[in-house]
Design a protein around this ligand. Structure first.
Ligand code: NAD
Length: 272
């Protein structure tokens, strides 16, 4: 955990278009100005902090849009679940006071990195929650899965989720995967509706893959040579994919936290 912030007194505010987010942004801006901060709505790369106002989707979009910057993020929740968020709009004053006094920690969020190779070229992509591979038009997809070049299975079903620890409570959890403590450097490979029949045999449960091991997927095409890759909820279609590899990224996303050891309370409060 690197707790150092480069104090430039500039703070980025990013908010979505809903009324509550806009109102919260005004209140926050006024409070931060009282404490001597300059506000940028244009993502200033010299800022010491970026504050994202919205829900989890807005947080994920902001991180992708600004290309996983080193500047730490903190979320103010005006959405529904707010799993990435540390601040409630009713606690803006307390947040600004704590922040200005340095009463916070910076947590590293581990990211998943993939290289998608088609017959023509390769592209590198990064996910915060997860990267999902699915067939097109809801067709069954057949994927050869290897871990560190050891063939594990030929998966047949709706698809596979490759989830980060932070993403383990998102799509992964709904698909029957496990909750992973966010400081564990692991990826989770979770099947989506795996088929088990006399024709196809697929693992039914998720597998936890440690840092340093790579997951390699080679699609087997039976119909059209296209697959879908969904990164943190955003879908891309690729043709003629020959190989997709995944590993934990060397890069992390830095996020402000205000209470230590609150992960399990958050799980209880948000899911039970
Ligand atoms: P969205 O509007 O479809 O909402 C998805 C839900 O997942 C929201 O309630 C959101 O708050 C929650 N969520 C997002 N990240 C989370 C996390 N790390 N832990 C717990 N809950 C989390 O989509 P969105 O808000 O743009 O979020 C995109 C995410 O939605 C994807 O990364 C994926 O994990 C998730 N998703 C979930 C399912 C499912 O559970 N069946 C299906 C598709 C996508």
């Amino acid at each position: 955990m690197d707790n150092k912030l480069q104090r430039t007194k500039i703070i980025n505010i990013i908010h979505n278009d809903n009324t509550r987010s806009k109102e919260t942004s005004e209140i926050l801006e006024n409070k931060l100005r009282e404490y001597g901060y300059a506000i940028s709505y244009e993502f200033d790369h010299n800022a010491e902090l970026s504050i994202c106002i919205g829900g989890d989707g807005a947080f994920l979009r902001a991180v992708h849009k600004h290309d996983f910057p080193y500047i730490p993020f903190v979320g103010v929740n005006t959405g529904h679940l707010g799993f990435f968020h540390e601040v409630n709009p009713d606690n803006i004053n307390k947040f600004v006071e704590n922040y200005s006094k340095g009463n916070y920690n910076i947590e590293d969020i581990y990211l998943v990195e993939t290289i998608v190779c088609t017959r023509a070229s390769c592209i590198e992509l990064i996910g915060v929650n997860e990267i999902v591979i699915k067939g097109i038009e809801s067709k069954v997809i057949h994927l050869n899965v290897s871990i560190d070049d050891n063939h594990l299975e030929c998966f047949s079903g709706d698809g596979l989720i490759i989830s980060t620890p932070s993403g383990s409570t998102a799509y992964n959890l709904s698909a029957g995967g496990s909750i992973v403590y966010p400081t564990l450097k692991t990826l989770q490979l979770t099947p989506l509706c795996p088929i088990n029949s006399k024709a196809y045999r697929s693992l039914q449960n998720s597998a936890i893959i440690p840092d340093g091991m790579s997951i390699k997927i080679n699609p087997e095409y039976r119909d059209e040579n296209s697959i879908l890759i969904i990164i943190d909820g955003k879908q891309f279609k690729y043709d003629n994919v020959v190989e997709i590899t995944f590993k934990l990224s060397d890069m992390t996303l830095r996020k402000l936290t205000f209470h230590s050891q609150n992960f399990w309370s958050k799980v209880r409060d948000k899911f039970i």
